[in-house]
Design a protein around this ligand. Structure first.
Ligand SMILES: [Zn+2]
Length: 159
């Protein structure tokens, strides 16, 4: 089911989320499925639960263009980040029309849980690392407009 995407400046986007507890409720399982549907429908590369009005530490990533099956990360946290940073022109489904260069660590190591609550760690870089950092920002109430160094579009839309 396609969910409504919450837009800036809705307060839920600025609220630190709650950790997800296990086992997942049926509602949470449905939410994950719906978030995967929603990110594909919106043609986005990632989506965090606050963007569909759920203040939970839950994100989905949709990088099928890179040959990755869409996946969910529950309670994700960055454990290590490279000193080396680079910038990508980022947008956000919750802030339509606004784009800009956001400097972020090139490589990160993160920990997360799967739908069964199993913890795992992974090291990622490139586009995948950018998307995961963008979405983890969302679960901490941080938005690209806090991080953009140089706007490429829509600066006037942000006060
Ligand atoms: Zn976003």
């Amino acid at each position: 089911m396609n969910l409504h995407i919450v837009l800036y400046p809705n307060k839920v986007l600025r609220t630190k989320t709650k950790k997800v507890k296990f086992p997942l409720t049926n509602q949470e399982r449905k939410l994950i499925k719906d978030m995967l549907d929603t990110v594909k429908h919106a043609d986005g590369v990632g989506l965090a639960a606050p963007q569909v009005n759920q203040s939970l530490a839950l994100i989905v990533v949709n990088l099928e263009s890179m040959g990755l099956k869409p996946f969910v990360l529950i309670n994700p946290e960055i454990i290590k980040a490279s000193k080396k940073k680079n910038e990508m022109d980022e947008g956000c489904l919750s802030i339509p029309g606004v784009f800009g260069f956001v400097p972020r660590p090139e490589e990160i190591e993160f920990e997360a849980q799967d739908v069964d609550g199993n913890k795992f760690r992974a090291k990622v870089d490139g586009m995948l690392a950018k998307v995961i950092q963008h979405e983890i920002d969302h679960i901490n109430g941080v938005l690209i407009i806090d991080r953009i160094k140089k706007y490429t579009q829509g600066k006037e839309l942000v006060k």
